[in-house]
Design a protein around this ligand. Structure first.
Ligand SMILES: C[S@@+](CC[C@H](N)C(=O)[O-])C[C@H]1O[C@@H](n2cnc3c(N)ncnc32)[C@H](O)[C@@H]1O
Length: 205
């Protein structure tokens, strides 16, 4: 019950994405985030989704087809450490990372610091002014703590003159709840873009 990471990140994405723009899902999985991005950009936009697992690529493609949004989406079997091969610097309105393993898949195959950190660096370069990255950090169990710790260290080092960084946690919740993180590049944005998710009552970043 109560707030959950997926709801909060989807709320953020809904406020962030402008119709007609480029968005990227850097961990496609079963395509739920890709689908939301596709609905938000609409057919005048473009969505690129990446995953290393054929099962995830196929699941995402078939979800997008079933929902009638595949016309403006591309799904690549590619590691997100190669993000800069699929988009130009300064062009993306929203980039989503949902770390961890494929839901319902092999838990031994999951994101790791070794590729996530270079991917995050590249993602920041791809964001337009006012663009934002939504990151959900899963940890514990097969994921361990190494990736979480490396990502949190990396966040703390981002230049505050350029990057607004927001990290949420659930201090009284058990079982390693994922950590939602939002990084927004300074710059002109639409009036809706700076609003925090609804549970936080319209505070501004
Ligand atoms: C938690 S799942 C993503 C869930 C997804 N966003 C959804 O809506 O279903 C994490 C995904 O990251 C993928 N992954 C792991 N390493 C990756 C890498 N280097 N590049 C891209 N995807 C990777 C896994 O295969 C897995 O499908």
């Amino acid at each position: 019950m109560g707030w959950n990471s997926l709801g909060i990140t989807h709320d953020f994405m809904a406020r962030q994405v402008r119709p007609g723009e480029l968005c990227i899902d850097a961990t496609a999985g079963r395509g739920r985030d890709t689908l939301l991005l596709a609905r938000l950009t609409g057919p005048t936009g473009r969505v690129i989704a990446l995953d290393i697992q054929p099962e995830a690529v196929e699941a995402t493609r078939s979800l997008l087809r079933a929902e009638g949004v595949s016309g403006w989406c591309e799904v690549h079997q590619l590691g997100h450490q190669e993000l800069e091969k699929v988009a130009q610097p300064g062009t993306a309105g929203c980039i989503v990372f949902n770390l961890g393993w494929l839901p319902g898949g092999d838990h031994r195959i999951h994101t790791t610091a070794r590729t996530t950190l270079p991917a995050l660096e590249q993602a920041l370069r791809l964001l337009r002014p006012g663009g934002a990255l939504s990151l959900c950090v899963y940890y514990g169990k097969e994921n361990g703590l190494e990736e979480r710790d490396a990502v949190l260290r990396w966040l703390a080092g981002l230049d505050s003159r350029i990057w607004n960084v927001l990290r949420l946690d659930f201090p009284n919740r058990k079982n390693d709840p994922p950590i939602p993180v939002f990084i927004q590049r300074e710059g002109p944005a639409c009036p809706r873009c700076h609003a925090l998710p609804a549970p936080f009552g319209g505070l501004t970043l």
